[in-house]
Ligand binder design. Sequence first.
Ligand SMILES: *[C@@H]1O[C@H](CO)[C@@H](O)[C@H](O)[C@H]1NC(C)=O
Ligand SMILES: *[C@@H]1O[C@H](CO)[C@@H](O)[C@H](O)[C@H]1NC(C)=O
Ligand SMILES: *[C@@H]1O[C@H](CO)[C@@H](O)[C@H](O)[C@H]1NC(C)=O
Ligand SMILES: *[C@@H]1O[C@H](CO)[C@@H](O)[C@H](O)[C@H]1NC(C)=O
Ligand SMILES: *[C@@H]1O[C@H](CO)[C@@H](O)[C@H](O)[C@H]1NC(C)=O
Ligand SMILES: *[C@@H]1O[C@H](CO)[C@@H](O)[C@H](O)[C@H]1NC(C)=O
Ligand SMILES: *[C@@H]1O[C@H](CO)[C@@H](O)[C@H](O)[C@H]1NC(C)=O
Ligand SMILES: *[C@@H]1O[C@H](CO)[C@@H](O)[C@H](O)[C@H]1NC(C)=O
Ligand SMILES: *[C@@H]1O[C@H](CO)[C@@H](O)[C@H](O)[C@H]1NC(C)=O
Ligand SMILES: *[C@@H]1O[C@H](CO)[C@@H](O)[C@H](O)[C@H]1NC(C)=O
Length: 491
Amino acid sequence: MAASCSLPVVILALFLLLVAAFAPATAASPSKRPTHQPLLFPMGLAPLHRRQSSGRYAAAAVTASAAAATDNGTAEPFTAHYFLQELDHFTFTPNSSHLFSQKYLLNDTFWRQKPTTGPLFVYTGNEGDIEWFATNTGFMFDIAPQFGALLVFIEHRFYGESIPFGNDSYRSPDTLGYLTSTQALADFAVLITSLKQNLSAVDAPVIVFGGSYGGMLASWFRLKYPHVAMGALASSAPILQFDDITSWSSFYDAISEDFKSESLNCFSVIKAVWDVLDDRGSNHTGLLELSKTFRACKTVQSADSLSNWLWNAFTYTAMVDYPTPANFMMNLPAYPVKEMCKIIDSFPAGADVIDKAFAAASLYYNYSGDQKCFEMEGGDDPHDLDGWGWQACTEMVMPMIVSNESMFPPFSFSYENNSEGCLTYYRVRPRIHWITTEYGGHNIDKVLKRFGSNIIFSNGMRDPWSRGGVLKNISSSIIALVTEKGPIIWT
Ligand SMILES: *[C@@H]1O[C@H](CO)[C@@H](O)[C@H](O)[C@H]1NC(C)=O
Ligand SMILES: *[C@@H]1O[C@H](CO)[C@@H](O)[C@H](O)[C@H]1NC(C)=O
Ligand SMILES: *[C@@H]1O[C@H](CO)[C@@H](O)[C@H](O)[C@H]1NC(C)=O
Ligand SMILES: *[C@@H]1O[C@H](CO)[C@@H](O)[C@H](O)[C@H]1NC(C)=O
Ligand SMILES: *[C@@H]1O[C@H](CO)[C@@H](O)[C@H](O)[C@H]1NC(C)=O
Ligand SMILES: *[C@@H]1O[C@H](CO)[C@@H](O)[C@H](O)[C@H]1NC(C)=O
Ligand SMILES: *[C@@H]1O[C@H](CO)[C@@H](O)[C@H](O)[C@H]1NC(C)=O
Ligand SMILES: *[C@@H]1O[C@H](CO)[C@@H](O)[C@H](O)[C@H]1NC(C)=O
Ligand SMILES: *[C@@H]1O[C@H](CO)[C@@H](O)[C@H](O)[C@H]1NC(C)=O
Ligand SMILES: *[C@@H]1O[C@H](CO)[C@@H](O)[C@H](O)[C@H]1NC(C)=O
């Protein structure tokens, strides 16, 4: 059941959502730079930064599903359904029985009825609307005929149309408090059970599938609800990116290794650019010049914007380093990291590092050649709460730092600062050890060897998220599929 490499595009989809959310980018808060509060938070915790990128990804996502939907007039390959779901599975307070409408999609074209009822392949939705995941998932459709499977895609609460309090869902911690992974898993269990009853398929086996955060959910679902799902395929699922299980610098070290493996000069140029950018961008004249060099649509207010722009280009390109041309988030050639490094290496040695870095980043933003100028500073409202930001500020605390050996400017992480930021932006404090308390993670090999079964973890090592994934076989039925040169692997 290795993720099919023939479907790079598919693989990416989820991913980018997760990425935008975890906003590696965020990052760009190099040592010498003035530390704006939002820039201090790696991952989902940088509302300002994240907004800039999420706008772009959201737009791309919409384009992607629109294209899928209107692809020469063919309809999307599923039907939409709604299930009245309980708001709070874990208390019996008066408001817990509030109901909301949870969306799910079905495709029964391949479902076998005789001699025995075929299995249900259930996608455990992640942080976005479910159509987006369903239209970008190829593997489940590929194998459904062989298994005679019913395909089910369940939307995660608080995303897409499955918002419990309508337009007020994201307004405050009083409503967002119901957005947790445990509630989401319980939603899946309740819905699957009801669906099987309605379809008179109570005995049909269920396998759950997911990628990135959806993959984390799939693996946790198998562990928590073994009576509901008999197996899970978790792709690019960084379930070990919590606490101190995985080195905090592994994400950016992995990206740096990707670039260094192409060319040492390439790595060195990128490593050198940040200080030069800070230095030249330290006054108005410098910013004006840099804005011209970077072909910014509007003169930028701060050199941080340019750093973020470069940071995003290198980070996302590493994640989508497919061996074939792909047009998922951005139109890119095969092996885009190699192509970026070729661009950098083709400059004369004495050329300005800024010109080199800009030219490389342009491959990411303008490979199709249709950009007139680059939008560097988005005007989004930083106070607009959103789902993943909330999750990252409550349960999904994945500490990340940039080591001195990385090509990115060194950056550290502190639980205290992170907590203060979350309090400011979301009026909530993270519970930093909750995920490992609830789902485990420490000594996962020993624990799961004795207790778990039937989970496949798949990862491509070019994908920086792979470092927080399960990369070793744990038992005869808890299997790690690793592709050394692979990017994100999908379901
Ligand atoms: C529609 O079909 C034509 C011919 O097969 C193809 O060239 C084109 O790319 C398709 N359009 C889309 C949006 O896929
Ligand atoms: C299920 O998916 C297949 C493959 O994409 C498609 O041909 C079929 O029309 C879909 N069935 C439904 C009911 O949407
Ligand atoms: C319960 O719901 C009501 C009406 O939606 C709301 O006014 C009240 O604040 C809620 N109570 C709690 C404890 O959440
Ligand atoms: C929610 O917001 C959307 C988009 O702004 C709007 O079209 C819709 O009417 C709103 N719904 C309610 C119940 O206010
Ligand atoms: C199963 O049927 C009941 C009764 O019609 C309905 O309320 C429920 O939403 C259905 N379950 C699912 C998952 O659609
Ligand atoms: C702006 O900064 C550059 C580089 O630090 C310096 O050479 C230049 O004199 C400064 N210009 C002004 C107007 O301060
Ligand atoms: C994008 O690429 C095209 C084609 O190479 C080029 O003409 C254009 O100037 C580029 N846009 C920017 C903003 O650099
Ligand atoms: C990076 O180097 C500085 C100075 O040598 C040192 O103080 C710091 O701890 C190092 N940071 C990391 C993350 O290794
Ligand atoms: C935490 O915040 C303080 C005050 O803003 C800052 O000096 C310190 O460098 C921050 N620590 C980290 C690890 O970001
Ligand atoms: C785990 O075992 C499977 C099946 O035996 C094998 O194909 C795979 O390569 C192993 N994975 C690792 C990471 O060794």
